[in-house]
Design a protein around this ligand. Sequence first.
Ligand SMILES: [Zn+2]
Length: 101
Amino acid sequence: MRVTQHVDGTTHRRRHMDRQQILDLYVWAYGVCFRHPVKGVVPTVLVGVVHPRANGERQVRACDDCVIALEDIKREQAARDGGTYQPGSLGEHADQPNQGR
Ligand SMILES: [Zn+2]
């Protein structure tokens, strides 16, 4: 019998911030992603609220892929504008509990 020894120390590579670390910054709830409605109901993050004229308010929710994509955009924007990239702030202005429902 042969014992293979794997040195399994830190397989965790961090380039900038790990995908999972970014996702962990958010509160997840089931919903439909605004870019991937075909996925159906999946874990999503509230990233914004739109106010259609007809009916009060509509939440914009994003799935994990979209959250990462949006964070990437924010990071690039921050780099271009010389601003500070702060992960975990998507939809921070919309981050309220469901009121009046
Ligand atoms: Zn999506």
